[in-house]
Design a protein around this ligand. Sequence first.
Ligand SMILES: Cc1cc2nc3c(=O)[nH]c(=O)nc-3n(C[C@H](O)[C@H](O)[C@H](O)COP(=O)(O)O)c2cc1C
Length: 177
Amino acid sequence: MKKTIAVIGSSRRNGNTGKLLDFISRELDIEVVDLATKNISPFDYEHKNIDDDFLPLMDHLLKHENIIFASPVYWFAMSAQMKIFIDRMSDFLSVEELKDKGRELRNKVGYVVSTSISEEVDSSFLNSFIDTFEYLGIKYGGFVHLNCQNGFDITEAEKDINSLVTKVNLANNVQVI
Ligand SMILES: Cc1cc2nc3c(=O)[nH]c(=O)nc-3n(C[C@H](O)[C@H](O)[C@H](O)COP(=O)(O)O)c2cc1C
């Protein structure tokens, strides 16, 4: 079992974010889970959706140490697909029987991969991940952002990609005691 896995939430699997993540995941030789293939509904205070694909997906993700979250910037924020997924983390806080599983997120390492048509990733976008990681006890490992304003050109983020790949590879080789 690999120590790293990626999850993508975009309105198109093979768009800019998908292509960027595919490049990174090929370098790391890791699995990519597309949220579009999962039936995950928005947070429900009554948890009537507890049997959808959220918990099985989390069981799978929790078998890994590093989790890459990939999303395009849509209106200064993460995609709706990713937001619905992140909102469901609240199941771990509000369902008594799931609290222990939620605690398994502690000490996982979270990375962010994004694309937009802006040079810099919006702080509102990135901070929503970083703050969520912190709240859940996930360590923040870093991010890669690719500006696709002039089309998809991976070389624009080459340095950041290499540094994230190196970081994750190093993390993969560290023995967990
Ligand atoms: C609904 C929507 C909202 C967007 N909002 C922003 C934005 O706030 N800032 C930005 O720089 N680009 C924005 N964009 C551009 C996308 O971030 C950019 O094209 C991205 O690479 C698309 O990734 P995708 O192919 O995975 O969807 C938006 C695009 C869409 C479709």
